[in-house]
Design a binder for this molecule. Structure first.
Ligand SMILES: *[C@@H]1O[C@H](CO)[C@@H](O)[C@H](O)[C@H]1NC(C)=O
Ligand SMILES: *[C@@H]1O[C@H](CO)[C@@H](O)[C@H](O)[C@H]1NC(C)=O
Ligand SMILES: *[C@@H]1O[C@H](CO)[C@@H](O)[C@H](O)[C@H]1NC(C)=O
Ligand SMILES: *[C@@H]1O[C@H](CO)[C@@H](O)[C@H](O)[C@H]1NC(C)=O
Ligand SMILES: [Ca+2]
Ligand SMILES: [Ca+2]
Length: 549
């Protein structure tokens, strides 16, 4: 048989993409008739299922202010959506939906008797399940529209399917939620290919009338054996990568840690209590109490961002990241492995949870008053291209001193993302670990050991490790990279490149917010005077100035 095929399709090489999380709660101040509402501890945690009261997305405050996602469309890029589901049908945006797995406009999940394709439907309910209709529970943004983009249910993923999905109707879809990525087997290093990278770049630059598509990404379910900085989707600057906490504030056992994660939401508990899972819609008009994984966490974030966009439709893709950094809360999250630390401008972060758990109430309040952050610049701070040997027992320490392009058009003074593009090989890739310390003294763990990764050939080839932990810092000074092997066997390897890329603004973000704060606090009115004080103010922590808590 011969098919007439267009060249683009012939060029598509098949590769593996796995959806995550497929493993096989009383009303207080908000009145809802939905039977599962009281089980949705992630919305309002009163201590259901042995959880910690108050550890939730604080949606009640946002809803109380009138934000419910009206006018916002969120696309679930997954295995389809049961759009006939009575809790989803009224919020389904059919025009913005598409099925890229079978190339038609109807992203209905393919039937299997084990309900394998229930993932998208469960994610959709977390965002947009209707409220007060006596069915299942309530979405985080229960008046938002949800679009289905079916793209996970074909034998192989292709670059064209991914690219088409994330660039589908970017003027109609505001937020794209993805709970999938390279295999979480603890030995894969993979990311978006050429077309998908281009589609993401176009999305953030041109989507939503130039304000940028919001891409929300699950950080991955590989557990302590994996590192989400080896997942090029989660570690992209253009995605907001979301990890999960369980209902008592601990990490979930499947959580991966990495320096690119921005914030967290909630997923199922470690306990066997069936009500500690995520309650949402399920296939064929059913409901479930058991949605799980960081898969369940990403759509919650998409829902919170929909509330923020309703509060201020002018928010850009970067504003959304700044708002996440500034308003996420440590709350009662605790990570047994990594301490909470403060970066050089006082922002508190954790290697697994990022800047903490999203707080919908704080986010919509800040969104409402928000002024778009200043223009973004990119500076190559330095690049080392000589071969340096690395051996077990010792570590390689390299430095780059930079003025961050000071005096040039692309000077970066206030950091957003930082990337370390690294080429390194080793006799066992999984034993490699890499840390980077900023001039203000913030250490980011760029790569942790991955005990299952025994690659001895490929290593990392110009891999862009990303950190969000130096957000707001002044990048000028000396950056230190430390590379070493951990593990039982002696290893050796070589680092061939470290290029340091700084991304951020020249002028201070939040200046208007800080001015307002000073105006009220100190009854001062001249912006010029305030600008002189600003550096100091930034050091004293933008976060406290911005009335966190
Ligand atoms: C829920 O699923 C079961 C199969 O497990 C099915 O028999 C039942 O009809 C479904 N409920 C609804 C409301 O469709
Ligand atoms: C959004 O931007 C427009 C045009 O710049 C402005 O008139 C409007 O007040 C802004 N809305 C918010 C909520 O900031
Ligand atoms: C790593 O690269 C160096 C320099 O190119 C090479 O000499 C060495 O054999 C490589 N090591 C491994 C384990 O591949
Ligand atoms: C990187 O930091 C981690 C955590 O502090 C530490 O365990 C590890 O030894 C460090 N690795 C290197 C190469 O400095
Ligand atoms: Ca409902
Ligand atoms: Ca992973």
């Amino acid at each position: 048989e011969f098919y007439c095929t267009v060249k683009n399709v012939l060029d598509q090489e098949g590769f593996g993409r796995q959806k995550r999380g497929y493993r096989s709660i009383d009303e207080i101040y908000i009145k809802m008739t939905d039977p599962l509402f009281s089980k949705q501890w992630y919305l309002i945690n009163t201590g259901q299922a042995d959880g910690t009261p108050g550890l939730d997305l604080n949606v009640a405050e946002a809803w109380g202010l009138g934000y419910t996602g009206r006018g916002i469309t969120i696309a679930i890029m997954d295995d389809g959506i049961d759009y006939l589901h009575p809790d989803l049908a009224s919020n389904y945006n059919a025009e913005a939906s598409f099925d890229f797995s079978s190339n038609d406009p109807y992203p209905y999940p393919r039937y299997t008797n084990d309900w394998f394709n229930s993932h998208g439907t469960r994610c959709a309910g977390e965002v947009s399940a209707a409220a007060n209709n006596n069915i299942c529970g309530v979405g985080v943004a229960y008046n938002s529209k949800v679009a289905g983009i079916r793209m996970l249910d074909q034998p192989f993923m292709t670059d064209i399917i991914e690219a088409s999905s994330i660039s589908h109707m970017p003027q109609v879809i505001d937020i794209y939620s993805a709970s999938w990525g390279p295999t979480d087997d603890g030995k894969t290093v993979d990311g978006p290919r050429e077309l998908t990278l281009q589609a993401m770049a176009d999305g953030v630059n041109k989507g939503r009338g130039g304000k940028g598509s919001i891409y929300v990404w699950a950080s991955g379910d590989g557990g302590s054996y994996d590192d989400c900085n080896c997942d090029g989707y989660a570690s992209s600057m253009w995605t907001i990568s979301i990890n999960s906490a369980i209902n008592d504030g601990r990490t979930a056992l499947y959580d991966e840690s990495c320096s690119s994660t921005l914030a967290s939401t909630f997923s199922n508990g470690r306990k066997r209590n069936p009500e500690a899972g995520v309650a949402t819609t399920d296939l064929y008009g059913n409901c479930t109490l058991r949605h799980s994984g960081t898969s369940a966490a990403a759509p919650e974030a998409a829902g919170v961002f929909a509330l923020a966009l309703e509060a201020n439709p002018n928010l850009t893709w970067r504003d959304m990241q700044h708002l996440s950094v500034l308003t996420s809360k440590r709350n009662q999250l605790h990570d047994e492995v990594h301490q909470w630390r403060r970066n050089g401008v006082g922002l508190e972060f954790n290697h697994l949870f990022g800047y903490g758990v999203l707080d919908a109430g704080s986010m919509v309040k800040m969104a409402k008053e928000w002024k778009t952050v200043p223009e973004r610049f990119h500076c190559v701070a330095g690049s080392l291209q000589d071969v340096h040997k690395i051996q077990s027992g010792g570590k390689l320490i390299l430095t780059i001193s930079t003025d961050s392009c000071h005096g040039k058009d692309n000077f970066v003074r206030y950091l957003e993302h930082v990337q370390a593009v690294v080429t390194v090989n080793g006799s066992r890739r999984g034993d490699l670990n890499i840390n980077m310390t900023s001039p203000m003294g913030t250490k980011s763990i760029l790569l942790s050991c991955r005990p299952r990764d025994d690659d001895a050939k490929v290593g990392f080839d110009k891999w862009p490790f990303m950190t969000t932990h130096t957000w707001g810092e002044d990048p000028r000074g000396t950056w230190v990279l430390e590379v070493g092997f951990q593990g039982d066997e002696p290893q050796r390897g070589a680092l061939k490149e470290w290029t340091l890329m700084l991304h951020g603004t020249q002028s201070a973000p939040y200046i208007d917010q800080i001015v307002r704060n000073y105006q009220s606090k100190l009854a001062m009115s001249k912006k010029e005077e305030l600008e002189e004080e600003l550096d100091e103010a930034v050091e004293r922590s933008l976060k406290s100035l911005l009335s966190k808590n």
